[in-house]
Design a protein around this ligand. Structure first.
Ligand SMILES: Cc1ncc(COP(=O)(O)O)c(C=O)c1O
Length: 426
């Protein structure tokens, strides 16, 4: 099963053959599927909440048992002692997002981390006060940004610079993003993009955008809620100042679980950067001297506030172990084939029935297609659910389908397309 060599066919036999040849096929067995009439569902909502890894329960139980048997001593004598527990995730997280271990930490949740990063990296001064972001960015990002600019004494109308597609187009062109950065560079304090865009599924050229923004003296941050565990990322080399993500989507960490943060190495030892402080960000060597003055731990860990929730990290470790074994390059290879197969099948549906607003270029998307249907999308969603296919709906008319490569098969994609075809012909 290798990239360009594959010639797709619209047949069940072909889908089964692809699955049989898929080197990652056994990872599907490491996840627990909800069932519909006794059969595992076709789960295309891993961009919303990933499935539970089988191992998650054992990891959480281990931590619960340590607590039961050791009480406070679990911090030092647990099967995996709690004091440095978050460090168990550091190297895996760094590999996942293409960063150095010093540059990443798992903590809090995405919106909280975005605020913490904005405190440090949105430093408006003089004419340079704007935040460049997508028009219609994920609402929490819009709220966070609006509240931060108000906190600095500006109105969102004057301080938020929205990026919109050209009239008649649905996604942004890289050249337009770069041109806006160049044209407004001196007014922009921060470029903040959601990568992959949660609604359109568009992935941005992080390296080019970061380079252009830095040339203008702007700081750059990315919301990677829809990219972590989905795209191959090279955060260190691409060079944004920070990135934040959540771990409950492609990372399968469980509902509402912890987020991740990247702070580029260039800021690792900068004590002048303003930041909100808490004891867990204090230098580990002297944290328990309980002194009055804050001395940050170098790197992303220096942004931690509180001692971390062990049970959530325990569940997340189960999934991060899987990512480490599967590896992002291999996952991404399968993902491109799988999403490409979905697109191939959609192209065969009756003309005008469905239109994907996600870019066709695999470099500009991850494992998610945003589909606009000409015929009763709500009814279609109900039909899908009734037939054991889970997708999600974004008002007014978009159905998002995400074939996450860890546990979605080619046969799943083929069957999903079959339900669409029957709806188109009904
Ligand atoms: C793109 C994006 N940003 C931010 C958030 C908010 O995440 P949280 O609720 O973990 O703060 C989400 C949640 O789905 C998201 O998709």
């Amino acid at each position: 099963m290798s990239g360009e060599a594959v010639r797709y066919e619209a047949s069940e036999a072909f889908a089964r053959r692809m699955d049989a040849e898929d080197p990652l096929r056994h990872f599907r067995d490491e996840f627990l599927f909800p069932h519909h009439h006794g059969e595992p569902v076709i789960y295309l909502v891993g961009n919303s909440l990933g499935l539970q890894p089988r191992k998650a329960k054992a990891n959480v139980l281990e931590a619960l048992e340590d607590w039961e048997k050791l009480g406070v001593e679990g911090h030092f004598r647990g099967s995996h002692p709690w004091m440095p527990y978050h460090e168990l995730l550091t190297e895996q997280t760094a590999r996942l997002v293409g960063a150095h271990p010093l540059e990443v930490v798992v903590m809090n949740t995405l919106s909280v981390n975005l605020h913490l990063m904005l405190v440090s990296f949105y430093r408006p001064a003089g004419e340079r006060r704007k935040i460049l972001m997508e028009a219609g960015a994920f609402p929490s990002d819009q709220y966070a940004v609006a509240s931060q600019v108000r906190f600095h004494g500006y109105s969102p109308e004057e301080a938020v610079l929205p990026l919109s597609p050209r009239p008649g187009e649905e996604t942004l062109r890289t050249e337009d993003i770069l041109e806006t950065i160049e044209r407004h560079g001196k007014e922009i304090a921060l470029v903040l993009l959601g990568n992959v865009n949660y609604l359109t599924g568009q992935a941005f050229d992080m390296a080019a955008i970061t380079r252009a923004a830095h040339q203008q003296g702007c700081k750059v941050g990315f919301d990677l809620a829809h990219a972590a565990g989905n795209l191959r990322l090279s955060l260190h080399d691409d060079g944004p100042d920070f990135a934040v993500w959540c771990s409950y989507k492609y990372l399968n960490g469980g509902p509402g679980t912890l987020g991740g943060v990247f702070v580029h190495e260039r800021h690792a030892r900068d004590k002048q950067l303003p930041r909100f402080q808490g004891w867990w960000g204090h230098d580990k060597q002297t944290r328990f001297q309980m002194g009055p003055d804050f001395e940050p731990t170098p790197g992303a860990e220096g942004w931690q506030l509180s001692n971390p929730p062990i049970f959530q990290m325990a569940a997340l470790r189960a999934s991060m172990d899987i990512f480490d074994r599967a590896t992002m390059p291999a996952l991404r290879r399968k993902s491109e084939l799988l999403t490409g197969y979905l697109e191939f099948l959609l192209d065969r549906l009756p003309p005008g029935f469905v239109h994907s607003i996600t870019p066709r270029d695999p470099q500009q998307r991850g494992a998610h297609l945003s589909l606009r249907f000409s015929k009763q999308p709500q009814q279609l969603l109900e039909k899908l659910t009734a037939q054991g296919v889970l997708c999600d709906f974004r008002s007014p008319d978009i159905i998002r389908a995400a074939p996450a490569p860890l546990y979605v098969s080619f046969l799943d994609v083929y069957r999903f397309a079959g339900v669409l075809e029957r709806h188109a012909r009904d």
